[in-house]
Write a protein that binds this ligand. Structure first.
Ligand SMILES: Cc1cc2nc3c(=O)[nH]c(=O)nc-3n(C[C@H](O)[C@H](O)[C@H](O)COP(=O)(O)OP(=O)(O)OC[C@H]3O[C@@H](n4cnc5c(N)ncnc54)[C@H](O)[C@@H]3O)c2cc1C
Length: 314
């Protein structure tokens, strides 16, 4: 078994799988290393209806399984192995995994970013059953329902405004008195008749048997806790969290340039500050984190890697 490759891709989410497709189709020897299940966050998404072509039964697991098959059909190897360390300087990059070392001419980092989650009872159990972290992805599942949005920074208020297209009413739950976003966005929210802002309040529990039926809130000034139940006829409600993302990039600290909050710096060309190292998908500095933008990065990174190898080694 070879342990040396043209390209090693770390992460088998949409970005990594798209990079694997492009790299293997360009006849580069390609290894994808994935610490968990293939498909990344997209694989745990109930439905991906906004990815072009994903029309027939577009569940997250199905769409990503097709990506895996397509990459494999051109020769990409995909291994379940966690990357523990990387040495990225020089012509031979060393990637250390649980099973040992691999080497490569180029490395594509595609380790993603996870939405920050609240550690409270019921949250994990009711994810994708009323609880969501992505309005663009899941907003239309809440047509005509009451929706609660947790967070008060720009993204939270903008997503709350977006959710008013679907929801009957959107309540922003925020731990401070006032939302902390751009003035113009705050004004829009205040003037939107579908939006209510509940300041000095946090969610302490999500309640439901297989589907979100109620939430427990706490007023931080009075200490009072109370439960809000879904409308009886609806039977359910929405709870969206927009309390930030955590890029999965700890491994690369001090090895490639990053922003203060841990996103790897690269432009649309996906090139990092280290020769032969590229970054694709949600862990890259960018505005929109979606499947379609992740696969786009993956394609660009693989084509860049191919060019780098041709110029440097051939
Ligand atoms: C609940 C939810 C619903 C969503 N719905 C949609 C939707 O409907 N439409 C849409 O377009 N987008 C949606 N998104 C966003 C979309 O899932 C992401 O933008 C996309 O998955 C990003 O792809 P990625 O490959 O960059 O990262 P990820 O999908 O996060 O994949 C990164 C992979 O890297 C692996 N990894 C990390 N560290 C290591 C390591 N050290 N060693 C080995 N492997 C490692 C991880 O295990 C993971 O599999 C949703 C996100 C969430 C959370």
């Amino acid at each position: 078994m070879s342990r040396h490759y043209d390209v090693i891709i770390i992460g088998s989410g949409p970005a990594g799988l798209s990079a694997a497709l492009y790299a293997s189709r360009a006849k580069l020897s390609t290894l994808v290393l994935e610490k968990s299940k293939n498909g990344g966050q997209a694989a745990i998404t109930h439905l991906i209806e906004n990815y072009p072509g994903a029309v027939e039964d577009p569940t997250g697991p199905r769409v990503t399984a097709r990506m895996v098959e397509q990459a494999k059909s051109f020769g990409a190897e995909i291994k379940q192995d966690e990357v523990l360390n990387v040495e990225l300087e020089g012509d031979e990059k060393v990637v250390t995994c649980v099973s040992g070392d691999y080497t490569a001419k180029t490395v594509i980092i595609a380790t993603g970013a996870s939405p920050r989650k609240l550690d409270a009872p019921g949250i994990k159990e009711l994810e994708s059953k009323g609880i969501s972290y992505c309005a663009t992805c899941d907003g239309d599942f809440f047509e005509g329902l009451d929706v609660y949005v947790v967070g008060g920074a720009n993204s939270a208020v903008e997503e709350a405004l977006f959710l008013t297209k679907f929801a009957r009413k959107v309540t922003i739950v925020y731990r401070r008195e006032n939302v902390r976003c751009e003035k113009v966005t705050a004004e829009k929210a205040k003037n939107n008749p579908k939006i209510e802002i509940l300041g000095n309040t946090v969610v302490t529990e999500a309640i439901g048997d297989g589907i979100l039926e109620a939430i427990r809130l706490k007023n931080l000034i009075t200490g009072e806790e109370y439960v809000i139940e879904a409308d009886e006829e609806d039977g359910t409600m929405g709870l969206f969290f927009f309390i930030g993302y955590i890029p999965q990039t700890k491994l690369f600290e001090g090895k490639v340039e990053m922003t203060e909050d841990g996103y790897i710096k690269a432009g649309e060309d996906t090139r990092t500050n280290v020769d032969g190292v590229f970054v694709a998908g949600d862990c890259r500095v960018k505005d929109i984190r979606q499947v379609v933008t992740a696969v786009s990065d993956g394609a660009v990174a693989a084509i860049r890697a191919e060019k780098y190898i041709a110029e440097k080694f051939e």
